[in-house]
Design a protein around this ligand. Structure first.
Ligand code: FAD
Length: 472
C-alpha cells in the first residue's frame, strides 16, 4: 500500500492521510481530529488511554488485508480489537493502527450439522443468544461482553468447561488473514500447524475473520448465581464438592468482601462472601441434586440458581463493574484446604483496592481429556485455576495493588509454574513463557516463523519467530 508521502513509525501520526485512508477502506476510519475519536479508541479498562493514529472499522475481508498491508508498509504497530477486554491492553495502541473487528457479526448456524461459522467480532453473549435460539451452545467465558476473538485464540475457559472442554476444543476451523495478505482457511486438514497454533497461541498468527465452532445441545440448564458467606469451611467444602461433582457441573467462585449490593442483605455488607456462578448442563432433577449440598453449605445470602435457558447465564455479568485500573494474577493449583481458604479471606480483608477478588475455577472433566500436545494450550491437566484481581482507580496506587496481588497469587500457586495466557496482565512477572512451557513454546515459535517471520503481529502475547532478532 503506498501513500503520497513517506509514512514512517517516527512520524507517529496519520492525520494528513486520514482522508486517503477513508477512500481506501470500505469501513469507517476515525482519526485523532475526528468527532468520536475518544469513543472509537476506548477499551474495557478505562485506564488504558492510548491514542492510535487511526481506528479502522473493518467492513470486510478486503479491509483486513488492506490494514495488514498498511502496517507492513508503514511499520506502524497493529492492534486488533474484538470485544476489547484484553487485560494486557493489546487492543489499544499508542500511535499505531487500531483494527476494529466488531463489524464481523455474521453467524451462520447449521442446526442439523451442529456447527456455526461465526464472525470474529461477536461477543460471547451475542453468539450464545443466536445459538441458544436453537437450543445449541458453544462454551465461552463467564462474561457476555467478552469478545469471542481474543477469548477463543487464548483457549477459552467457561461454564461448560468440564462438560465440553475449552472453547478451542470446539473450534473446527478459522479463516485467518496472514502477514503476507492471504486469507487462509485453517483446520485439522488445512494448514494443520497453523490450526494447532491458533488454539491457544493468541493473535500471533494473523487476523481471524471468522471461526467455525462445534455446537452442543445445551438448552435448559440448572444454573445461575448462589451467594454464600465465605468462611474457611464454606470455601474448602465448596471446592471439594465442585471437584467431586459430575462433569456436567462447571463453577466459578468469586470470593470478595461484600460490597453494598442491593440484592445482598445489609448485614452481609463488608463481610467475606462467595459468589458462585454455576451451570449444570444436564437433566434438571439431577442438577438440583448435585447442587443441593453446595446450597446446604450455609444459609444462602442470595439464591438465583434455577432451571433456565443456557444464554441467561450471561445476565449475571450484565452491569458489572467498569474498571479503570486492574491488576490480575492467575495461577494454577491443585486444591484449597481450610488453611488456604483462611489465608484468602485474611488477604482479601487486607486489600486497599476498591474491589478485590479471589476467583477459583475447578477444572478437569472434558478439558483434561484432550491430549496436551493437541493444541497450544499447555495446562489442561491442572485441577484448578485461581485469578487474583484488584480493581482500583488511581494509577499511582498500582505498586501497592501489584504487591498485594503477587502476595496472594504466591500463596495460591501450587505445582509446576504455569499461567492461562488470557489472564496475563501487561506487568505480570509470570509472563508469556509460563503459558507455553517447553515443547509448546518451540512449536509456536516455529509456526510463527513460517506464517509471520517479520513479527508483524507483535502487539499481543508475543511469540517471536524462531531466529528473529526483533522479538519482544
Ligand atoms: P480484545 O481486547 O478485543 O482482544 C485481545 C487480543 O486478542 C487482541 O489484541 C489480539 O491480539 C487478539 N484478537 C482478538 N480478536 C482477534 C482476531 N479476530 N484475530 C486475531 N487476533 C485477535 N477468559 C476466559 O477464558 N474465560 C472467562 O471467563 C473470562 N472472563 C473474563 C471476564 C472479564 C471481565 C475480562 C476482562 C476478561 C475475561 N477473560 C476470560 C479473558 C478474555 O478471554 C481475554 O481478555 C480476551 O483477550 C478477550 O477477548 P476480546 O476479543 O474481548 O479482547
Amino acid at each position: 500500500m503506498t501513500m503520497n508521502k513517506e509514512l514512517t513509525p517516527e512520524s507517529n501520526t496519520l492525520i494528513p492521510y486520514i482522508a486517503e485512508l477513508r477512500a481506501l477502506f470500505n469501513g469507517r476510519v476515525v482519526g485523532p481530529n475526528d468527532a468520536g475519536y475518544d469513543k472509537a479508541r476506548a477499551v474495557f479498562y478505562g485506564g488504558i488511554d492510548r491514542r492510535p493514529a487511526a481506528v479502522i472499522y473493518a467492513a470486510d475481508v478486503a479491509d483486513v488485508a488492506r490494514a495488514i498491508a498498511l502496517v507492513r508498509d508503514s511499520g506502524l504497530e497493529l492492534a486488533v480489537r474484538g470485544g476489547g477486554h484484553s487485560l494486557a491492553g493489546h487492543s489499544a495502541t499508542e500511535g499505531g493502527i487500531l483494527l476494529d473487528m466488531t463489524g464481523f457479526k455474521e453467524i451462520d448456524i447449521d442446526v442439523e450439522g451442529r456447527t456455526a461459522w461465526a464472525g470474529a467480532g461477536l461477543t460471547a453473549a451475542e453468539y450464545t443468544n443466536a445459538a441458544g435460539a436453537y437450543g445449541l451452545a458453544t462454551g465461552f467465558g463467564d462474561t457476555g461482553d467478552v469478545g469471542i476473538g481474543g477469548l477463543t485464540l487464548g483457549g477459552g475457559i467457561g461454564l461448560l468447561v468440564r462438560k465440553y472442554g475449552l472453547t478451542i476444543d470446539d473450534l473446527l476451523a478459522a479463516e485467518i488473514a496472514t502477514a503476507d495478505g492471504q486469507l487462509l482457511t485453517t483446520s485439522a486438514d488445512s494448514h494443520p500447524d497453523l490450526f494447532w497454533a491458533i488454539r491457544g497461541g493468541g493473535g500471533n498468527f494473523g487476523v481471524v475473520t471468522r471461526f467455525r465452532f462445534r455446537l452442543h445441545e445445551v438448552d435448559q440448564v440448572v444454573g445461575g448465581m448462589l451467594i454464600l458467606p465465605a468462611t474457611a469451611q464454606t470455601i474448602a467444602s465448596f471446592v471439594a464438592l465442585a471437584k467431586d461433582a459430575p462433569d456436567a457441573l462447571s463453577t466459578i467462585a468469586n470470593i470478595m468482601i461484600a460490597p453494598p449490593m442491593p440484592f445482598l442483605p445489609p448485614e452481609s455488607h463488608g463481610h467475606p462472601i462467595m459468589m458462585l456462578l454455576m451451570v449444570y448442563a444436564g437433566d434438571a432433577a439431577e442438577g438440583e441434586q448435585v447442587i443441593a449440598p453446595i446450597r446446604a453449605l450455609a444459609p444462602p445470602l442470595a439464591d438465583m440458581v434455577r432451571p433456565m435457558p443456557y444464554p441467561e447465564i450471561y445476565r449475571f455479568s450484565e452491569g458489572g463493574p467498569s474498571p479503570v485500573e486492574d491488576v490480575t494474577r492467575a495461577v494454577f493449583l491443585d486444591t484449597v484446604d481450610r488453611s488456604l481458604a483462611e489465608e484468602i479471606i485474611t488477604r482479601l480483608r487486607a486489600s486497599t483496592a476498591q474491589m478485590s477478588i479471589a476467583q477459583l475455577r475447578v477444572l478437569g472433566g472434558a478439558m483434561a481429556r484432550v491430549p496436551v500436545e493437541a493444541t497450544a494450550f499447555a495446562h489442561r491437566h491442572r485441577p484448578m485455576m485461581a485469578a487474583v484481581v484488584a480493581l482500583y482507580e488511581d494509577a499511582a496506587q498500582a505498586p501497592t495493588h501489584e504487591v498485594w496481588a503477587d502476595g496472594l497469587a504466591a500463596v495460591l500457586r501450587q505445582g509446576p509454574p504455569g499461567v492461562y495466557i488470557n489472564f496475563v496482565g501487561d506487568k505480570d512477572p509470570e509472563g508469556v513463557r509460563a503459558a507455553y512451557p517447553g515443547a509448546t513454546w518451540e512449536r509456536l515459535a516455529a509456526v510463527k516463523a513460517r506464517y509471520d517471520p517479520d513479527n508483524l503481529f507483535r502487539h499481543n502475547y508475543n511469540i517471536p519467530p524462531v531466529g528473529a532478532t526483533n522479538g519482544q
